[in-house]
Design a protein around this ligand. Structure first.
Ligand code: SF4
Length: 459
């Protein structure tokens, strides 16, 4: 009892965060991409299992950006040559035709998400061509689409075009208000630009606005965080993604554009996270999962409060698990059978699709254990708890996992309820959810020699 209540102390959470500070996956999928069994993957098996999927969600990766943000870990291509737009959209639509040939004739699209890169790198003409092409001859269940917006390159005309095409969820990359930070990450945007698109979207009926904010950036201070949160208080977006900057310079060359000395120390980073969480909650936002906050009226908060919050490669979502078809270079597709990823290189992707082939380069076919463990990890990351069935308690992975949670239980970072049936992360322990999920990562523990330095810090 005593230990569980310790978690309410900020000093104690800091002590434990520093003690267990290590690189851990974000668990937007299980198994994580580096742990996929790529040798056992067969695109043919994966694709043939889709023939009964009557509903799909589409993720479209639009990789182009005009300028490189040096903190970025996304798959992107920097160019100011807008002649690349039309050929890329044509290829994405060709790719969708290949997928449609594998899916049932009475297929329906449930959702479309445009990510990148910078989706608004593309003109209104190209964005219209893309959405009209994707939905042509296909049933659309709810035209409730989502898109990521860069405030510096998004026009009001693009906002209106996207709205008319059915987009209702808009995610704006605000990151930080401090110009010293923006300069260090080579991202130039102004409050005027952010205000213009936020206000315009707000004026359109039925929209939901997310702001992405980041702590732990180079040159960032507590004053930068406080000032950014003043903006939040002023505009009150429906939800906030409060991300820790993922420093992985061994994977992302752009991150070598500033030095480690420019980054906040682990203690400062932890305190920044806590400052943001406290201020957001004081403004009426509800903490969701490991790094999101939503107003109680937002779909994400409603999904959390009704126990149906979900998580996939795009992050937290109120939408329920289902097949996701990933279109565009580097996109990941997801189904009950497993995962499949497209060629990440833009030119190689274009060439392959123009040759009439799928561009799948790797993937993973789930085992029964993958499905079960994936479900528990999603539950821990979304709801902060998960329940095991009696038959799962007899599986060979269960008791080693149960034992691996002993140190967390001793520290009050988790508790077991109803015998060993339900594992619970206490409310203030959500920053340790990745560490808890990690204990359940059977593929990691079975291959403990796996390279450790592949992921970002857990807190
Ligand atoms: S952060 Fe966004 S806009 Fe910046 S380089 Fe990465 S994908 Fe492009």
């Amino acid at each position: 009892m005593q230990k569980v209540s310790l978690i309410n102390s900020s000093e104690y959470r800091l002590k434990k965060a520093l003690e267990y500070d290590r690189a851990i996956p974000r668990y937007t999928s299980y198994p994580t991409v580096p742990a996929w069994d790529t040798e056992g993957f067969s695109p043919k098996t994966w694709l043939s299992a889709l023939s009964d999927e009557k509903k799909v969600k589409l993720y479209v990766h639009l990789p182009y950006c005009e300028q490189l943000c040096t903190y970025c870990g996304c798959n992107k291509r920097i160019t100011v040559n807008h002649a690349v737009e039309a050929p890329y959209i044509d290829v994405v639509l060709k790719e969708w035709e290949l997928w449609k040939a594998k899916l049932p004739a009475d297929l329906a699209i449930e959702e479309i998400h445009l990510g990148g890169g910078t989706p608004t790198f593309f003109s209104t003409t190209m964005l219209s061509k893309l959405i009209k092409g994707l939905t042509k001859g296909v049933k659309v269940i709810h035209p409730n689409y989502s898109v990521e917006l860069h405030p510096a390159v998004t026009s009001l005309e693009q906002v209106h075009t996207l709205y008319d095409l059915g987009f209702r969820r808009f995610s704006i990359g605000v990151q930080c208000s401090d110009n010293k930070v923006l300069k260090a990450i080579n991202r130039f945007q102004t409050l005027t630009q952010i205000s213009r698109i936020t206000t315009e979207i707000r004026s359109l009926a039925g929209t939901s606005i997310n702001w992405d904010l980041v702590y732990g950036l180079p040159n960032q201070t507590f004053a930068s965080i406080a000032d950014t949160l003043e903006w939040v208080a002023q505009f009150k977006p429906d939800r906030i993604a409060w991300y820790g900057y993922a420093h992985v310079p061994w994977k992302s060359k752009a991150q070598r554009g500033f030095s480690d000395a420019d980054l906040p120390s682990p203690t400062t980073r932890f305190q920044m996270q806590e400052l943001g969480a406290q201020k957001l909650e004081a403004m009426g936002y509800q903490a969701i999962g490991i790094d999101h906050f939503a107003l109680p009226t937002d779909e994400l908060a409603i999904a959390y409060n009704t126990g149906v919050l979900n998580r996939n490669f795009m992050g937290y979502t109120h939408s329920q698990p289902g097949t996701i078809v990933g279109l565009g270079c580097s996109s990941i597709s997801e189904s009950w059978t497993g995962f499949a990823q497209n060629e990440p290189n833009v030119e190689a992707y274009i060439k392959q699709i123009n040759n009439g082939d799928f561009a799948l380069v790797k993937g993973h076919l789930h085992t029964e254990a993958d499905r079960k463990i994936g479900k528990h990890i999603t539950s821990l990351m979304c709801m902060g708890k998960t329940s095991f069935t009696i038959s799962e308690e007899h599986e060979e992975w269960f008791w080693p996992f149960r034992q691996r949670t002993n140190f967390l239980e001793n520290d009050g970072l988790v508790r077991w309820e109803n015998g060993p049936a339900t594992l619970v992360i206490p409310k203030r322990g959500n920053i340790f959810a990745r560490l808890v999920a990690f204990q359940l990562d059977l593929r990691y523990w079975e291959n403990a020699q796996q390279t450790r330095q592949q992921f970002s810090k857990a807190v």
